[in-house]
Ligand binder design. Structure first.
Ligand code: F6P
Length: 549
């Protein structure tokens, strides 16, 4: 047994609240949402919470007041309040990497003080924001000129994972607020297609690349960055052009300088910002270039409003805490293995993909903070698509399949593009889906409608499918910040209950190491001596044989 394993942290399943929840689940597992709503006509207004600009209706979850009481008791027993406090105080809650976790400092007011190792980081955060704002203003105004004296019209962010998903999602989400006379693109994949398609119609003289990599060591990003450099220089023909067409976002100034980027045009961040929690740091430079500094700051204020809500609101009214605890209930007691995120807002089409990294890289963990195997399943699989499109694709399985898929529905009361009846139709569908999923359609109802008896089983919808509905007034930079922070803190809440490190990602390392071993085996001209398993060896040999055409 390791030292870590011998620590006295109780097993989750031994906690009194967990055991009470297990006993409670046995009593309520057959309860139907139809019954719960019939018994309490106020349920749809009671089981709701509102804060930081968002309204959460969690009444269509399979919970009773007792369930919520026990989940809140579990949060207390697991020390959630102390853990939240530790995060905001800059303690090293990312234990396996021995780092503070301070994305909340990225949106702190300039008047706040947040220390890491005795140093207040808030002034540094604001200095970088100011630097970003000055740079963005000069690019957006046409004052920043490319090497041949032309203004920048195209911005391409090169990054992957947290250095891509946040920027892409935010750009798509806030497109309504973006400069329509500029082109914004994102290259992440080491697949050359991504680079080719992103650049084929662009002129290097008018194109600015943002090389976005916390480590400045990621294979995909550096490969694409070097390809971009060659693409630019093919036309610009002078190494000095790199300084006018490349800027960097990184914590690694040495790597940036080595690449040839002027470190005066490097926008820094810190090792206490995890990649998947970084879209509101300098990683958001492409967002700021698209929407302007004022809108970017409005987004930060949305994040900050949710941070304050999370830190100071009693747990029974605290949106991220409630969402996190409900996720634990659905995952561990109802046995749901996935969560579908269904934004009824087309601009949020990349939000589910963004949440996949945020939730799964954070909570896809198999050992506790003490290094011992977890005793319950941890992070569920997140996926989703915007409504109403998903309705005509995978919703069938959610309505009538054999798996339980809790869903988060996200909607906005005011459209950004009012167009005839469109928005009412969109929202009618959102409300109808949560209603159908909760209440279904019984055999009796179908028979009463005259459905032929052979068809009744096919048309019956059991209902009792849990959903959350998050409503906001309008998709703005501010609401986007609120929404992202809502999920960030829900992820933390779940991680605290499971007693895991939600801020490391060791699992992705093995594949990277093995790829480094295989690269020379693909690139060498002589037949390589392969020492893998027979499947990997055969695949490599076959690829080498067939790639020549
Ligand atoms: O491979 C996973 C990961 O480390 C993510 O956590 C991170 O967001 C991504 O790679 C990109 O890393 P970087 O910003 O250092 O290039």
């Amino acid at each position: 047994m390791t030292d870590a394993a011998s620590t006295s942290h109780p097993r989750l399943t031994d906690r009194p609240a967990w055991q009470a929840l297990a006993a409670h689940h046995r009593q309520v597992r057959d309860l139907h949402l139809r019954q719960l709503f019939a018994d309490d006509p106020q349920r749809g207004e009671r089981l709701t919470a509102e804060g930081a600009g968002l309204y959460l209706d969690y009444s269509k979850n399979r919970v009773t007041d007792e369930t919520i009481k026990l989940l809140l008791q579990l949060a207390d027993e697991c020390g959630l309040a102390a853990r939240i406090d530790a995060m905001f105080r800059g303690q090293q809650i990312n234990a396996s990497e021995q780092r503070a976790v301070l994305h909340v400092a990225l949106r702190a007011d300039a008047s706040e003080r947040i220390e890491v190792d005795g140093v207040d980081v808030v002034p540094e955060v604001h200095a970088v924001l100011d630097h970003m704002a000055t740079f963005s203003a000069s690019v957006r105004s046409g004052r920043w000129l490319g090497y041949t004296g032309r203004a920048i019209r195209n911005v391409i962010n090169i990054g992957i994972g947290g250095s891509d998903l946040g920027p892409v999602m935010a750009y798509e989400a806030l497109r309504h607020y973006s400069r329509r006379d500029m082109t914004f693109r994102f290259i992440s994949n080491v697949d050359g297609t991504d680079f080719e398609e992103a650049t084929r119609d662009l002129d290097p003289e008018e194109t600015l690349f943002i090389i976005c990599s916390k480590t400045f060591a990621t294979l995909e990003t550096l490969t694409n960055a070097h390809t971009a450099r060659a693409w630019s220089l093919r036309k610009l023909k002078d190494e000095r052009a790199v300084q006018r067409h490349f800027v960097a976002i990184s914590t690694n100034s040495e790597g940036v300088a080595k690449f040839g980027i002027d470190t005066a045009n490097m926008f820094g961040f810190w090792d206490w910002v995890g990649g998947r929690y970084s879209m509101d740091s300098a990683v958001g430079l492409s967002t700021m270039l698209a929407i302007g500094a004022e809108n970017f700051r409005a987004m930060l204020s949305g994040f900050h409003a949710m941070d304050r809500h999370f830190r100071s609101t009693p747990f029974d009214q605290n949106l991220p805490v409630l969402m996190g605890l409900l996720a634990v209930w659905n995952n561990n007691f109802l046995g749901a293995q996935t969560v579908a995120v269904l934004p009824y807002e087309h601009y949020l089409k990349r939000f589910p993909a963004y949440l996949q990294q945020l939730t799964m890289e954070s909570n896809g963990k198999h050992v506790t903070l003490d290094g011992v195997p977890v005793d319950v399943p941890t992070g569920p699989v997140y996926w989703g698509e915007p409504g109403t499109n998903g309705q005509h694709s995978f919703y069938q399985l959610i309505h009538q399949g054999t798996r339980l898929v809790p869903c988060d529905f996200i909607g906005f009361c005011q459209p950004l593009n009012p167009l005839g009846r469109h928005h009412d139709l969109l929202l009618a569908n959102l409300f109808a889906q949560t209603e159908a999923l909760a209440f279904g359609k019984t055999a009796q109802q179908l028979e009463a409608e005259g459905t032929p008896s052979w068809l009744v089983p096919h048309r019956t919808c059991e209902g009792n499918r849990p959903t959350n509905t998050v409503l906001a007034q309008r998709l703005t930079p501010e609401t986007l910040g609120q929404l992202v922070a809502l999920y960030e803190h829900s992820v933390l809440t779940q991680g605290v209950i499971w007693h895991i490190d939600s801020f490391d990602q060791w699992g992705v390392e093995l594949g990277k190491v093995l790829a480094q071993r295989i690269i020379p085996e693909l690139e060498c001209t002589d037949e390589p001596k392969l020492g893998h398993d027979s499947s990997t060896n055969a695949l490599i040999r076959r690829y080498r044989r067939l790639r020549e055409g």
